[in-house]
Design a binder for this molecule. Structure first.
Ligand code: LLP
Length: 463
């Protein structure tokens, strides 16, 4: 393996002002536990291990690029959420972050429920043995066929997202001779401090029914009249990758005041509120996410206090974390290919994956960290942009980061915190083969989603 040096070019003001990075870290070999999963460590010989296995062994056995998911960490995070909210609340894992049959089994074993938002997620959940009553079905445009499957399967909740859907679900339930438990998703009018594409509680977007102007109250009126529906609660999801918990608190207050209005108008105290997901995670050392314990405490306090003030029985609270459970549990392992130093700018490090396995940088301007993991290095830090092998210049995995200047083709680098919304949003762009997800635990790796093959691509191409 050659070890040529690629010095960082001069970092002039333009580059610095465009960049997202701060100063190079004091120690490029250090692995910040905020962004790496629990069992990741660097051993004395400089290699990184996860679940007790060296990354070079993982690369040999499973290839690159690949996502390695720390099963012990996943289970620990499930337990932390469950313990934080306690027996009087429910934690629904948001399957959109990453879902596979193994994940469903872990959730089941750890006592979590599951939020699904498509027929495909529902099938995966049921196939892996999640009891239907522990599944909530979401989405702004569920098809009649999806609704029918969900009702027939006996899902615990359908979260109604529009006036039309109130009627659709009621008719389907009637036809199947069932009474479907439902919640109504409301938009509480909170501007969550996150990327526009993942904020969902302001009024001008496609989800839910607005509290403002009495729309949500009208939806409740209609739902309560329909025999096919058993309205049990109100749902709010304000957005994703949120650090400022004030938005959740405002949402909780507004949802409780709707419950009070409903009691006053209909004499009915709805027994549940769901405050959605959205808690942010650390992608870089600059991020400081809240702990489940703190968010649980503050939500419980607000709901209890507001309910007491409105003389309401405190409803059962549920939450739907996706990213905060699975995000930090996985890293993507890549092999370094071409290294291209651009004099006066930065060094482009190309890896064997890219926007097909992590679209988040291109789509949301997301920030990631990266480390050399197949060895340690004492070389100087060099400013890099980690890019993929796709045919466009937006194909960026890590916009700005520092790697050792002796980085060379064949080295393995890893991008942490890729457990959420990376494999689940992966594509076949340029006919890339979507990478496998390998669960690592107690010294062994187990493929839970296999690598796509060229035969898989050709199988769909039937022309
Ligand atoms: N509940 C509902 C109703 C949701 O729509 C979502 C996410 C969640 C829960 C889970 O949110 P989390 O705890 O994972 O933030 N693709 C974007 C994220 C989109 C989130 C969509 N809904 C990303 O990569 O950042």
């Amino acid at each position: 393996m050659s070890r040529s040096a690629h010095p960082a070019g001069p970092r002039h003001a333009d580059v610095l002002s465009e960049g997202h990075y701060s100063a190079p870290p004091a120690d490029l070999n250090a692995l910040d536990p905020k962004v790496w999963s629990q069992t990741v460590t660097r051993t004395a010989d400089g290699q990184v291990t996860v679940g007790g296995i060296e990354v070079t062994r993982l690369a040999e056995e499973f290839g690159t690029p690949a996502y390695f998911l720390d099963e012990a960490d996943f289970r620990a995070r499930c337990q932390a959420w469950r313990d934080a909210f306690g027996p009087d609340a429910d934690v629904f894992y948001a399957g959109k972050a990453f879902l596979s049959r193994a994940v469903v089994r872990w959730l089941h074993e750890e006592g979590l429920n599951l939020d699904v938002c498509s027929g495909g997620e529902l099938t995966t959940a049921l196939d892996a043995g999640m009891p239907a009553e522990r599944i909530a079905f979401h989405g702004n445009n569920k098809t009649p066929e999806e609704i029918e499957r969900a009702v027939a399967a006996g899902v615990g909740h359908i979260v109604l997202d529009s006036f039309q859907e109130i009627v659709r679900v009621a008719h389907i339930a009637d036809r199947l001779g069932k009474r479907q438990r439902v919640q109504i998703r409301v938009t509480v009018g909170v501007e969550a401090h996150t990327h526009e594409f993942i904020a969902t509680a302001h009024e001008d977007q496609k989800f839910g029914i607005a509290l403002a102007g009495g729309e949500a109250a009208e939806a409740v009126r209609r739902a309560l009249k329909l025999d096919g529906l058993e309205l049990v609660g109100i749902h709010s999801h304000i957005g994703s990758q949120i650090f400022d918990t004030a938005g959740f608190e405002v949402a909780a207050r507004r949802v409780v005041s709707l419950l009070a209005e409903i009691r006053d108008e209909h004499g009915v105290e709805l027994p549940e509120i769901d405050l959605g997901g959205g808690l942010g995670i650390a992608y870089t050392s600059d991020d400081d996410p809240a702990e489940p314990h703190d968010i649980a405490k503050s939500l419980r306090e607000i709901v209890t206090r507001e309910c007491a003030a409105a003389k309401l029985r405190t409803p059962r609270i549920s939450v739907e974390p996706g990213r905060a459970i699975v995000g930090p549990t996985a890293f993507t392992l890549y092999e370094v290919g071409t290294i291209k130093p651009l004099e006066g700018l930065r060094t482009y490090v190309s890896v064997d994956g890219g926007m097909s396995d992590n679209i988040r940088t291109a789509l949301y301007d997301a920030e990631y960290s990266v480390a050399l993991v197949s060895r340690s290095s004492d070389a100087e830090p060099m400013l890099v942009r980690v890019v993929g092998k796709h045919c466009e210049s937006g194909d960026i995995v890590v916009r700005d980061a520092f790697l050792p200047a002796d980085l060379a083709p064949g080295d393995l680098i890893a991008v942490p915190a890729t457990g959420a919304y990376c494999r689940s949003m992966a594509s076949n762009y340029n006919h890339a083969l979507r990478p496998p997800v390998v669960a690592v635990k107690d010294g062994a790796g187990r493929v839970i989603v296999r690598r796509e093959t060229e035969e898989d691509l050709l199988r769909l191409d039937v022309g």
